[in-house]
Structure formats: structure tokens, C-alpha cells
Design a protein around this ligand. Structure first.
Ligand code: NAG
Length: 655
């Protein structure tokens, strides 16, 4: 068995709005330094709330009071008011935790039921307490039950235990059971900074409902793979076991919701990549992943243990934890606990770790070597140049191009399919690197597509070829911009950006725009179901003396642009009338010539072949077309230089 792990560390996401209730214990025991420091910390914490957050403050002793009875927007004025309220608190009396928590849950649920909460927000309760309940419901198990019954599965409860007298185990159970964590804060000078630090871990929710799936059945013993929230500055790691004899790559599908995006990220990990990676780094622990898996599993068992319903169940979990910590040489918080509480287990702790790993934990210890025949051949790529030296231009194409054999020019070549006359017309645009060409500009539907040219590494036969190295899509009504280069795919919407790499297989939704990336092959952009665009990646051999990576774009003629769409491709959404006649042999007998009448002009066109790479990315399939010379002169409106735009997302200025 081998161990795998997936970690998720997204970047650049907008925070999700939060609804947060601070529940502060102000019983007599909080009097003095503890309360002073709580007030200090609360003041900085409240200042950190964002305007789109909602909050309230509950303080409790034997009674439960609220700053406000409902959730309030975290505006500057409200925050200032809440700070004043907290400063005035005078701790005294008993501790009614049960009542205070139920009130907090009630406020959150009521706000939600009244439709006041953003459906995409997360709800949190932060309990700060230093003691056992002394008033109201005193039985800890009953409080736990009450909270769990009321809280449903849409609120996370975080607890801070202040000082030594707190029943920290109880707080931990409460939080673990309700999607949160607990932390103990020792009552010394920096209580306030510990409190602040704890809050920072939960202050920036970035994703909701994060789920890691491993569709293959050979993946087992997966650690927790379902997370209610993902907070900024943290990391989610999931590990599991798989049998290397049965799998040579592992697929994982991660789904999550961010503030404005539905994410589906598919990763395909070659199982020997980790091995490779570790063998390159002399300091890396080759057992790292296995230890990580054990560590995560032990932590999970510890959480389960604190929630165990019976003493027998608890003992059983304790035994598993101890066995795993011995097998994997991991120290757990149980170590001392067990010596104190469960004398029977002492012997296990004193034991030396087993010398022969196979004796005790069979499947865990694994043959990390991959059988040579299971290594996919591309892991050792031969440096053969892939035959994708042909430039790929912008194309409007039908879906079944007729097959032929041919060769094509290098510069961005356009194939325009005219459905009514059932003809393909081609032209090249011969320009310079850096220039940005407008392909579609439709101010009415608010859509822009531009392509920026890159040059080959050096001229070939005295001529420097150009290709599309970067494409920009702008969907004005959604305020979504997509930049596709030969390296990355970047989606920007509002203030957030999200980058994907060509080495991912992933899907991202932002409002009506969906982007799917098929690893190293194609990006498909769809707007609702009405428009779609495909961008193909052409990789060339890295050391090729002349050629560079480039992009091709495909736009189906069924896309619903407005009649005012313009641009090198956009203008043909309104099909021009063409008449091709007087077909005759050309200078090259393979390439007949003809006359073409279009837009009141008569042009000489040459029959040629162009490539459609959608089916076969390497060799392409041939498309017969009539080629218009001089950069499409006469066929396109105006001169090709009229289609230069200054920026990747500029609309075309019409004369
Ligand atoms: C949680 O879900 C329950 C049941 O759907 C609902 O009544 C309640 O308002 C929700 N609470 C929050 C804070 O979203």
C-alpha cells in the first residue's frame, strides 16, 4: 500500500461574508485581568470585521444579555457601538452556558429564516468562557445535546477556554461536534494576543462545502475529506492509502463554493511523482506522506474519542490511537493522559516500536517501489519534436471538416465557415509580435475577444512567423475577464482572480461563465448554454530552434452575437453573400484559382487546405478553403490594421 495526499491552498479568493456571534462569559470569575484582556482582544477583532459581515454580541453570567437582538451589519458606527458596550461590562455572578449558546443559535437561525442572511455566507459562534456552568442546565452532556439539536449543520461553534479552571474537554467536545475547534488560552500577559491569533484563523472564510473525492475504489482509509469551511491562512490536507500495483495515477476531484465561484478541480497525480520529488531532495523524509496520513488519522481518532458515547467505545479508540502512535512514532496528547487514567495501557506506551514493521501493521507499510511496467511511458518523454509547427489561427468552423492532406502557412490563419454558401474562406494576418488583434467585438452583448501575437524564436527563410500567444475574453455584463496564455488561464471577476494552469483538469464557474480546462489540451468557455468558445493549446518541443507554443481559437457559428458584432471573426456572424466562379488551373497545378465576388468587389482566390486541430491536436484534420490573399483584403471590412486594439480587453473602435 502506498499513501497519497492532496492539499488545497487556494489563493486570491474573495472572502465569504460571515455571520458571527460572540458569546462572552462575564461571570464573576472573569473579573480582573481576564476580562480586561478579553475586552482588548474583542476591540481589535471587531475592527477586523468587513462591511459585508453581520454580527452581534451576547454576554452572559446567570442571565443572558445581548448587545442587539438580531444580527447587525458590521458598519463602522455599529462596530464602535459594540465596542462601547463591551467596555462597560462588569463581570459578576454565575455561568449559564446553556442559555447563552441557545440564544446565539436562535439569533442566527431567526436571521436566516427571515431571509436576512446571504445564502452564500457562513455562520459562526465564538464562545469565550473560563468556567463550568453554575446556573441553569448544569449537566454537560445535556448542554452538548441541546446545542447539537438546535445548531443543525449550518453553524460552526468555536470555543476559547480561558485559564486553568475551565473544563476544556467539554468545550472541545462542543466544538468538535459542531464543525469548529476549541483552543485553550492561558491567563498570562498575552491572553489578548492569543485570543486575537485564534480569531484570525476563522476570520476569513474563503470556501464552503469543500469536498475531496477519490473516485477510484483502490483508494481507501481516506482521512476526513469533507470540510464545512476553509479559512484563509490555513491548509486542508487529505491523505489515504492506495495499492500501487493497481493504480498508476490517482484522480481526485475537489468541489467547493467560494464567494462568487463554483469550483471543481480535478487533479491527476502520477503516483511516482512524489517519489521522484522526494528522491531529488536529499533532506526530504521519504516516509513523509505515510507519517502525514498517520498524523491526520490519529487527530481524527482523538476527536472521535472525545465524542465517544460509551466508555467501551472510548477505550477501543484509545487503543487504536496508541497502536498507531507506536507504529508511526507519533507522540499524541493521549500519552500522558493514558498513563494517568488507564493504567492497563501503560505497557503499550513503554514498548519499543516494533522492529519489523510487517509484524503489526501489514497494509500500512508499503512497497514504495513502482513496478517498472506500471510507469506510464510519458514519464520519460523522448525529446522528439511534436509535429505541431503549424500555426493555428482564429476559426469559424463547422464540426465535421472533410479530410485531405496538405501543408499550411505559419501566421495566424483564419478559416471562416459560411454556412449558407457552405464554403470555407481563409486568410492570413501577417503582422508583428506584441500586436493585439480584435477577433470579436460586440458592444450590444458586451463581449470582446482579442488575441495577442507572439513571434517565433527567429526568422525562417527570412520571415518571422507570428502566432496567438495570448487570448483575452471579456464578458462585460458579468464583469468577467479571462486571459489565456500558453502558461496559465486566469479568471478575474470583481476584485478576485483565480488562476488555473494548463496542467490541471478543472472547472470553474463564475456567475454565467463556465471555464473547463482539459489538461494540456483545450479550454472551453461557455456563457450560459448560448455561447461557447474553445481554445486549443499547441505545445512544441521546448528546444525547437524556431517554433514556440501557441493557441488556436474556435468559435461555432451558432453563437448568438448581436447583428452589430464586429471584429475579424465577429463581422462574419452576418454572412456576406459570396459568388465563386471561373475556376481555373493556378500557377501551382495543385492549387486551382477562382474569382470571388464579395461586398461589391472581385477578388482572385486560391484553393488550399488548412488544418482543424480540434480532433487531432498533433496532426490536425484538413479543411479545403478558398484563400484570400493580402491579409484578407476585400473579404474583411477595411484593412487588417483597423483591427488592432490597445489592450487585451479593448472593444474595437469603429470608424
Ligand atoms: C440552518 O438550517 C435550518 C434548517 O434548514 C434553518 O431553519 C436555519 O435557519 C439555518 N440556520 C442558519 C444560520 O443558516
Amino acid at each position: 500500500m502506498d499513501i497519497l495526499s492532496t492539499s488545497l491552498l487556494p489563493d486570491n479568493l474573495d472572502p465569504i461574508p460571515k455571520n458571527i456571534l460572540f458569546v462572552i462569559d462575564v461571570s464573576g470569575s472573569m473579573w480582573g485581568v481576564k476580562m480586561k484582556q478579553t475586552v482588548e482582544a474583542m476591540k481589535t477583532i471587531l475592527d477586523d470585521l468587513r462591511a459585508e459581515d453581520h454580527f452581534s454580541v451576547i454576554d452572559f453570567n446567570q442571565n443572558v444579555r445581548t448587545w442587539r437582538n438580531d444580527l447587525i451589519s458590521a458598519t463602522k458606527t455599529q462596530v464602535a457601538d459594540a465596542k462601547k458596550y463591551i467596555e462597560k461590562i462588569q463581570p459578576s455572578g454565575g455561568t449559564n452556558i446553556n442559555e447563552a449558546l441557545l440564544r446565539a443559535i436562535f439569533i442566527l437561525n431567526e436571521a436566516n429564516n427571515l431571509g436576512l442572511l446571504d445564502p452564500n455566507s457562513v455562520s459562526l459562534i465564538i464562545l469565550v468562557s473560563d468556567g463550568d456552568p453554575t446556573v441553569g442546565e448544569l449537566k454537560l452532556s445535556k448542554i452538548q445535546k441541546n446545542v447539537k439539536e438546535n445548531i443543525q449543520d449550518n453553524i460552526s461553534l468555536f470555543s476559547l477556554g480561558m485559564g486553568f479552571d475551565v473544563d476544556y474537554d467539554f468545550l472541545k467536545r462542543l466544538s468538535n461536534e459542531n464543525r469548529g475547534i476549541a483552543q485553550r488560552i492561558y491567563g498570562n500577559q498575552d491572553t489578548s494576543s492569543q485570543l486575537k491569533k485564534f480569531y484570525n484563523q476563522v476570520s476569513t472564510p474563503l470556501l464552503r462545502n469543500v469536498q475531496f473525492n477519490y473516485p477510484h475504489t483502490s483508494v481507501t482509509d481516506v482521512t476526513q475529506n469533507n470540510f464545512h469551511n476553509y479559512f484563509g491562512g490555513s491548509e486542508i490536507v487529505v491523505a489515504g492509502k492506495f495499492d500501487p500495483a493497481k493504480l498508476d495515477q490517482i484522480e481526485s476531484i475537489i468541489t467547493a463554493t467560494s464567494a462568487n465561484t463554483q469550483l471543481v478541480l480535478e487533479t491527476l497525480a502520477q503516483m511516482d511523482d512524489l517519489q521522484d520529488f522526494l528522491s531529488k531532495d536529499k533532506h526530504a523524509d521519504p516516509d513523509f506522506t505515510r507519517k502525514l496520513w498517520a498524523y491526520l488519522t490519529i487527530n481524527q481518532l482523538l476527536a472521535e474519542r472525545s465524542l465517544a458515547p460509551t466508555a467501551a467505545a472510548k477505550r477501543r479508540i484509545t487503543r487504536s490511537i496508541l497502536q498507531m502512535s507506536l507504529d508511526h512514532h507519533i507522540v499524541t496528547p493521549l500519552t500522558s493522559l493514558v498513563i494517568e487514567n488507564e493504567a492497563g495501557d501503560e505497557r503499550m506506551l513503554a514498548d519499543a516500536p516494533p522492529q519489523d514493521p510487517s509484524c503489526c501493521s501489514g497494509a500500512l507499510y508499503y512497497g514504495s517501489k513502482v513496478a517498472p511496467d506500471s510507469i506510464p511511458s510519458w514519464v520519460h518523454p523522448s525529446p522528439t519534436p511534436v509535429i505541431s509547427m503549424l500555426a493555428q489561427g482564429a476559426q469559424v468552423l463547422e464540426s465535421t471538416p472533410p479530410p485531405h492532406v496538405m501543408r499550411v502557412e505559419n501566421d495566424p490563419h483564419f478559416i471562416i465557415y459560411l454556412p449558407k454558401s457552405q464554403k470555407n474562406i481563409c486568410f492570413n494576418i501577417d503582422s508583428e509580435p506584441g500586436k493585439i488583434l480584435n477577433l470579436v467585438s460586440d458592444p450590444e452583448s458586451g463581449i470582446v475577444i482579442n488575441g495577442q501575437l507572439v513571434g517565433a524564436k527567429k526568422p525562417n527563410n527570412g520571415k518571422l512567423s507570428t502566432y496567438f500567444g495570448k487570448l483575452g475574453f471579456y464578458f462585460q455584463s458579468e464583469d468577467v475577464k479571462i486571459e489565456i496564455s500558453t502558461e496559465t488561464i486566469t479568471l478575474s471577476g470583481g476584485s478576485s482572480t483565480f488562476a488555473l494552469s494548463w496542467s490541471d483538469t478543472a472547472q470553474v464557474m463564475n456567475q454565467r461563465v463556465q471555464i473547463s480546462v482539459k489538461k494540456e489540451k483545450v479550454v472551453t468557455i461557455t456563457l450560459d448554454k448560448e455561447m461557447s468558445f474553445s481554445v486549443l493549446l499547441h505545445r512544441v518541443w521546448k528546444k525547437h530552434p524556431i517554433n514556440v507554443d501557441f493557441l488556436g481559437i474556435y468559435i461555432p457559428p451558432t453563437n448568438k452575437f448581436s447583428p452589430h458584432a464586429h471584429g475579424l471573426i465577429g463581422q462574419f456572424m452576418q454572412e456576406p453573400k459570396i459568388h465563386i466562379f471561373n475556376e481555373r488551373p493556378g500557377k501551382d497545378p495543385e492549387k486551382p484559382e477562382a474569382s470571388m465576388e464579395v461586398k461589391g468587389q472581385k477578388l482572385i482566390v486560391t484553393r488550399g487546405l488548412q488544418k482543424d486541430y480540434r480532433r487531432d491536436l498533433v496532426f490536425g484534420t484538413d479543411v479545403t478553403c478558398w484563400f484570400v490573399h493580402n491579409s484578407g483584403k476585400g473579404f474583411i471590412d477595411g484593412h487588417y490594421k483597423d483591427y488592432f486594439v490597445p489592450q487585451l480587453y479593448s472593444f474595437l473602435k469603429r470608424p
